[in-house]
Design a protein around this ligand. Sequence first.
Ligand code: M1P
Length: 251
Amino acid sequence: MSFAHKENSKILVLFDVDGTLTPARLVISDEMRQTLKKLREKVVIGFVGGSDLAKQVEQLGPTVLDDFDYCFSENGLTAYKLGKELASQSFIGWIGNEKYNKLVKFVLRYLSEIDIPIRTGTFIEFRNGMINISPVGRNASTEQRNEFEKYDKEHKIRETLVNVLKENFADYGLTYSIGGQISFDVFPTGWDKTYALQHVADEHFEEIHFFGDKSYKGGNDYEIYTDERTIGHAVNSPEDTIKILNDLFKL
Ligand code: M1P
């Protein structure tokens, strides 16, 4: 596995997915696809998303494992280098069944007792490296997502639940991250996007750039954006990402 054919194989550029490579939950544009293709000839590229690989395939396309040098799903808990899977860990293996059960019972009880205007299904999604909790449910349509997001801004449903969980499960060593529109992620402290960086350490990159739209404190790009191993670029949209890439790498 080598990057020797690149113009500069010692530079790695990593991207968040939602809001950075694609609009939230939507698919990649042709312009972004072309930009990444040109960039990949020059340097090593990868994405670090909070979602699982199935969602990134929906958003970035069925050939995603061939289109990026590194693919990091669930913050790098599921990792691929040049299409080959790297070793991974699991949330359930780390937390254990007993504690997990307690947490799930608490969350489902809490969610059943709060007032929200819409409820769909799949309120807790069990992933390899984390769980994702959604008060409106992961089956929400785009319209229901937008409605919930608006409602949540006003009523702080997610923020309140996160605080309740922090208080009730203080000894669990968990981190809560509100990265999208309708849910939040729960994972062991330290398993944020910086987790992915251990998979690239063996390449001894001279520069690791990271692009993300949730780079502010509390956002799910914050830790990797501020990490001393990376050069962080805060963006507002995929168009913004393209503009900075063109300026920086003369594409
Ligand atoms: O990538 C950001 C987030 O995207 C989704 O969030 P939501 O469904 O709330 O818009 C989720 O996949 C979440 O895990 C992820 O962090």
